[in-house]
Design a protein around this ligand. Structure first.
Ligand code: GLU
Length: 296
């Protein structure tokens, strides 16, 4: 499911983009680590009390998405989602080295939360009611939207509607993702959609000419565009709303409220987290933390 080669190639490519950005005089600072709470106190029996007592937390994230969750050459993961997890862990008194990041492709996110294999999932994870049947979400901490990426020299595809107009065109997305569902009304034939486990596999297929387009959230695609050395571009406008939440065990209202309060109390760390990761991509604007949705 996960190709080491793909990850390595992606890592090298993204490293060169970041180096290029740095040589242009932009900041290359890694995110300043959030201040780790010294002896935080929580009501007994809560998830926060358990995690603080344990001194570690297991977080599901992506390992192949530049800017959000990408495994580097040392085997560490980097990105905005990783930094969001560090801000939450810090408030629990857990330092970044004590966070265990586990690779969590789109299709298994609910499953690993339900099975208790992770304490939370921070993985470009859209909040929606279908997923809320199985898990709960804190947040949103970011608002993305679905878009289309094509080869830079492709003038035929100008947005999702182009797929309906030409049934020979193919588009790639990821199993278990919202974009894989939301692209369906734009297809003339279900065979136009190719599904993989991870977006880096879609990006490789676009490079090889095996598919004509890739669809997922704009910010994920922008990470691939910026590492493509001018080979990929985005076309058309965003056509969905993808509010990113932190996935947690269903019904853990106290943990959800704790995460929302933590993010609201750390707006500076939030902005720095963005600027040192996804915000390095050209033209990216630092977001404002969105209003949280009610915890349930
Ligand atoms: N945000 C969308 C989702 O949660 C697409 C990105 C992803 O697959 O992680 O399904």
């Amino acid at each position: 499911m996960h190709s080491r080669f793909t990850t390595l190639a992606a890592t090298l490519a993204v490293a060169s983009v970041f180096l290029a950005a740095c040589s242009g005089g932009e900041s290359e600072e890694a995110a300043a680590e959030p201040t780790v709470a010294e002896v935080p106190e929580f009501e007994a029996g809560t998830t926060m009390a358990e995690l603080a007592e344990q001194g570690t937390i297991t977080v599901g994230t992506k390992f192949d998405q530049p800017g959000f969750g990408l495994e580097n050459l040392e085997g560490d993961v980097e990105g905005f989602d990783v930094e969001i997890a560090k801000i939450i862990a810090a408030e629990l008194g857990i330092s970044p080295e004590k966070i265990k990041f586990v690779q969590t492709p789109s299709a298994i996110r609910e499953e690993v939360i339900e099975g208790g294999e992770v304490d939370m999932v921070v993985a470009t994870y859209t909040i929606n009611d279908k997923r809320r049947e199985r898990i709960s979400f804190a947040g949103p901490y970011y608002e993305a939207g679905q878009q289309i990426m094509v080869a830079a020299d492709n003038d035929e595809i100008t947005g999702p509607d182009s797929l309906k107009e030409n049934p020979d065109l193919t588009v790639c997305s990821v199993t278990g993702s919202t974009p894989a569902e939301q692209i369906k009304p734009y297809l003339a034939d279900p065979g136009q959609l190719t599904l993989f486990d991870e977006y880096s596999q879609c990006a490789d297929s676009l490079s090889n000419g095996q598919v004509d387009a890739v669809t997922t959230d704009n910010v994920i695609l922008l990470g691939f565009v910026s590492e493509s050395d001018g080979d990929f571009k985005l076309v058309g406008e965003q056509f969905t709303e993808e509010p990113y939440g932190v996935g947690i065990a269903k019904g853990d209202v106290a943990f959800c409220e704790f995460i929302n309060e933590t993010l609201a109390a750390n707006e500076e760390a939030y902005a720095e987290a963005w600027e040192s990761t996804a915000g390095q991509v050209e033209g990216a604007e630092t977001p404002e933390l969105p209003e949280p949705q009610p915890c349930s």
